[in-house]
Write a protein that binds this ligand. Structure first.
Ligand code: ATP
Ligand code: MG
Ligand code: FE
Length: 338
């Protein structure tokens, strides 16, 4: 099975060819980070325009690089949502047109299912398993009792982790996307500012990062007002320690409570070295199998969309040519659980 996958939900245009949901034959990614940097974040209209500029050539190039011809494809998959509506539309229109022209089945795919199934590109997934999704727009613990069955057992009630990283980075003077800067500062720091941990109710798997973000902003503002140095690395380290402790503790508690066989880490923040290290250390101690995809499959990419689309391929659940972009789209809705 050869799936051509298209991803345009946010600010990366990506096209991939994936064999049997796990072997990546090509995975092209055009990041718009440099374009959006000047604005301090993603500008939706600009993102759509860039996708339009990139997509056609990338479709051709992905097929060429995979060493196949368009007729060899089994299906065309595209991210339906969640994401920016104008950005999603570019991918949906491109994929739909291609499916129509080639007379191939079309598969609507869920962006977060993609982040989760990125793990299938590097390891065999065993069920039941637990995924910790940490990205620019999501922070979720997702329990999977079987393939393609999703239960979101915890989610952020306010900011996503990546979003909090980006806001903290901006407050201490670093450009978008700020996560990697905060990560580096945190690991270099010799001391840490003491910051709160937000656990919510004792049984809850939900998260909250806006209070922590405000605490950081308070420290920065107070120091600025007093004319003191901001000491950004100590702030970065304090912030990262708080985030990591809460994420790791809740993820491991969830793995235990649900008897999950594996813990899967995914989403752009999975690139965070502080988080990876602490998760690796504690999983080793607790005897939990941990899977973390390589960096290129953690941030937005179409290979992961090809991996998730394979679930639908196996069940022959194809979309009509009237496939719609779904800016709001739950995992349960996508998998047909509701
Ligand atoms: P979503 O998948 O929820 O729609 P998104 O696709 O925009 O959101 P990703 O591309 O998966 O998000 O991840 C981008 C986020 O990851 C940014 O917020 C960025 O700051 C963060 N990030 C990247 N590297 C690191 C790092 N080393 N430490 C912390 N955060 C990081
Ligand atoms: Mg992105
Ligand atoms: Fe993403």
């Amino acid at each position: 099975c050869l799936i051509l996958a298209v991803e345009t939900s946010c600010d990366e245009t990506s096209v991939a060819v994936v064999k049997d949901g796990k072997e990546v034959l090509s995975n092209l990614i055009a990041s718009q980070v440099e374009t959006h940097k000047a604005f301090g974040g993603v500008v939706p209209e600009v993102a759509s325009r860039k996708h339009v500029e990139n997509i056609t050539l990338m479709l051709e190039e992905a097929v060429r690089k995979a060493g196949i011809s368009l007729q060899d494809l089994s299906a065309i998959a595209v991210t339906q949502g969640p994401g920016l509506v104008g950005a999603l539309l570019v991918g949906v229109v491109a994929a739909t047109s291609l499916a129509m022209a080639l007379n191939k089945p079309l598969i609507g795919t869920h962006h977060i299912a993609g982040h989760i199934y990125a793990n299938r590109l590097v390891a065999d997934m065993e069920y039941p398993c637990m995924a910790l999704v940490v990205s620019g727009g999501h922070t979720e613990l997702v329990y999977m009792k079987s393939e393609g069955h999703f239960e979101v057992i915890g989610r952020t009630r306010d900011d996503a982790v990546g979003e909090a990283y980006d806001k903290v980075a901006r407050a201490i003077g670093y450009p978008y996307p700020g996560g990697p800067h905060v990560d580096r500062l945190a690991l270099e720091a010799e001391e840490a500012v003491e910051l709160p941990r937000v656990w919510l109710e004792p049984e809850s798997y939900d998260f909250s990062f806006s209070g922590l973000k405000s605490a950081v902003l308070n420290v920065v503002n107070q120091r600025k007002m007093r004319g003191e140095p901001i000491m950004e690395s100590a702030i970065a380290r304090g912030f990262q320690e708080s985030v990591v402790e809460v994420l790791v503790t809740k993820a491991i508690r969830a793995v235990r409570a649900y008897n999950a066989k594996q813990l899967l880490l995914c989403g752009g923040v999975a690139a965070n070295r502080g988080l990876r290290r602490e998760l690796e250390r504690q999983c080793r101690e607790e005897g939990i199998e941990l899977i973390i995809p390589p960096f290129e499959y953690c941030t937005d990419n179409a290979a992961m969309i090809g991996a998730a689309a394979y679930l639908k391929w196996k069940k022959r659940q194809f979309a009509g040519l009237d496939l719609r972009a779904m800016p709001q789209f739950s995992l349960e809705e996508w998998s047909g659980q509701e």
